[in-house]
Design a protein around this ligand. Sequence first.
Ligand code: MN
Ligand code: MN
Length: 453
Amino acid sequence: MDEALDHKGRNCWDRYGSETEMQAMDGLAGEYVDFLTRCKTERETVQWVLEQSRAFGFSEDIQQGAVVLPFRGKAVLLARRGENPLAEGLRLITAHVDTPHLDLKQHPLHEECQVGLMKTHYYGGLKKYQWLARPLALHGTVALADGSVVSVCLGEDDEEPVLTVLDLLPHLSRKQREETVEKAFVAEKLNVAVGHVPSLGGKESRVRQNVLELLHARYGFREEDLFSAELQIVPAGKARFVGLDRGLVGGYGQDDRLCVFAAFKAFMGAPASAHTQVLLLWDKEEIGSDGATGAKSRFMEYALTDIMEVWEPAARLRHVLGRSKAVSADVHAPMDPDYQDVHDKYNASLLGFGPVFSKFTGHGGKYGASEADAEYVAWFRALLARDAIPWQMAEMGKVDEGGGGTVAKELAVYGMEIIDFGPGVLSMHSPFEVSSKADLYATVQAYTAFYLS
Ligand code: MN
Ligand code: MN
């Protein structure tokens, strides 16, 4: 027989091993590391997308064929008009810009034992102990009562101070060691150290008072302004290459900024083609996609309706969406070399073998899942085979080990064909997530092929 009957995954390092492609891979990874370093919050990521897309000629003027429609600085839809009528469907890639972090509480500031502290409320699924005893930065936005908005970014420049959550010394951790992880690390102890020097004025809480004075001097805000703030604690510092061979990328927020970046590169790199191409970035995925800027909101419907009214008033939204093909671009959990037992090795993915299809997500007996049709998977693998792009088909972990969801099910309700398809990330949801340079490269190729299909 000419063709092997069995399926073997294709290793990206072999597929893209030529000198030219290795150079292209390095260039792309360098840009990605820079992007990760700059974009640590949903607002910063959307801002980056806006600036970049304007440089590519995209604007909010729908009369043009290249449109970028932001929403509240936290979600954004980009569209490039295709040659075919809209009723023949879109080529849509969607990803999320939010990442697990610590939010400041509304009354964050207090003082204990001569240390100024700020209380936090964690956002998304994180392992609390990973946020202790490490340099942290403060990013966000404070809206003042006079209508002005102050952007905050503290702790990223080498000259600037950082913040940190204190951890208990091992010498006095006997009781803590006997607890389960869940009980040993509690949310109310996730307080960031923000000061130590007392104010010269005042009698009580002089460290706290001094922090208020410094905030006022630096940013012009008072304690009450913290009520109308979105201030996030994120890991401080740059994204970095990992390993002697620099084959891995380490950095905060790769779930899902790895897909945001790959999809953006593919979108901007693709010329206009038959179908209208859409890139849609959501907030709030990590906490269930609710709210005005999450995937359960009406943002996509309203934005597409606005576009249709200008481009093709006769088109119907239900046809445009119902005949669309879509990718839920979210990262996958590849086989962890040290915790292989949580994966079903026959249905797990590997770092370096390309982006991963998850036919469905959810947990247990596929609860909370949308599932891609067999026909769509067949269409997709034929597309990737044309350019010999590496890809994998996998489930996330053993059946009853846990699970997770993505925005796929929120868009599937419109009847579009949609499947989760994205590269693997190790140490997912940690302050220092790890991905493969080769997977990033293959993912851009795959998303480009999709946009041009
Ligand atoms: Mn994700
Ligand atoms: Mn996630």
